[in-house]
Design a protein. Sequence first.
Length: 376
Amino acid sequence: MDHTRMLPTDEAAQAGQAHAVAVSLDAARLPALAATTARQHRLAVDERLAALLAYTVGVSGWSVGTRALIEPARAASVGLRWGMETASIRIDIAQHPALASVLASDDAEGAGARLRHAVTAILLDPLLNALRSLGFEGVEVASLERPPTVPPAGPCCAISLRLGDARFDVTIDHIDAGWLDALEALVTRQCTPFATHVSEIAVPGRLQIGEKTMNVTTLDSLRPGDVVLRAVPDVVAALLRGEAATARMQVVWGRYGTRQLRAHADLSHHLLTLTEDPTMSHDTQFGAPLTDSIDTPVEISQLDLPLKLEIDTVSMPVAQLSALRAGYVLELPTAVPDARIRLVTYGQTIGFGELVSVGDHLGVRLVQVSHGHGSV
């Protein structure tokens, strides 16, 4: 038996093996996308931002990634200042040959430094004009220098775009919150195809981390303390043991039995990164194979039900859901090892549990079971 109380199987009992012991999961803490970088990605992949930039300043070819593509030998670090807010970005000087000669200047102090900044500002004038068009008045070039030869470690926010005839490959090294606050405010004001009261409706989301079939009798026998095994896929177990950096899962927004918004995402310790644009689907299928002939009479107690294991994700307003695209990063309210697991069948919650390890297996220990389902 692999789905209820942790008792040894008949074979194990005959062999005199000890009872399996369920222990709380102590998952390895994985390196994750920094919260500031996640915020940059959420903003950068928002379709409303791309539309705003295209309409306002003529930006085209807008794309966003998580890896810096600029070779260290070709990188230049540009420091920007907007009032009290600062930012530092890496650009590819191979795309801007005139900047290479400025960067090669040895005089980094005094009058030479001031001239260097002035020339850099002239060469980056298309970028500064674009920022002014967006409401960032008074942005200045504060510095131009060679960055460390070692490229940024871990995921980052890398953006490619065209502005007029110039192409910019940019990696954000640092940006103060004031810049992001202003850009998010601009995006929020963009028109959406829904009325305000509809756009602000929060739609709950959920992450399905496992699934299993159980017959009515077994499901009815579940009690707090029981452990459900073989319902969590190996990819999730590998993630929680630190054997994999991510696990591909499905995230869903909407109500059971209706059209829902679905997308595949890479799950890390407490982040979800969409790997595809969301699609609309109707949850009417369950993929369990038939194991008995349809002509074989069975008692209703043997009716198989789909048991899904889910984690609550972020509730999002309709307007934000409409802007979801591949690359969007979501922060889970609770890290996966500590999350409360909801047990659901046909849209009805029958209990809650927690992730535990049982030997080499990953399971869900029930901590609360609903007893209001009545007789079958």
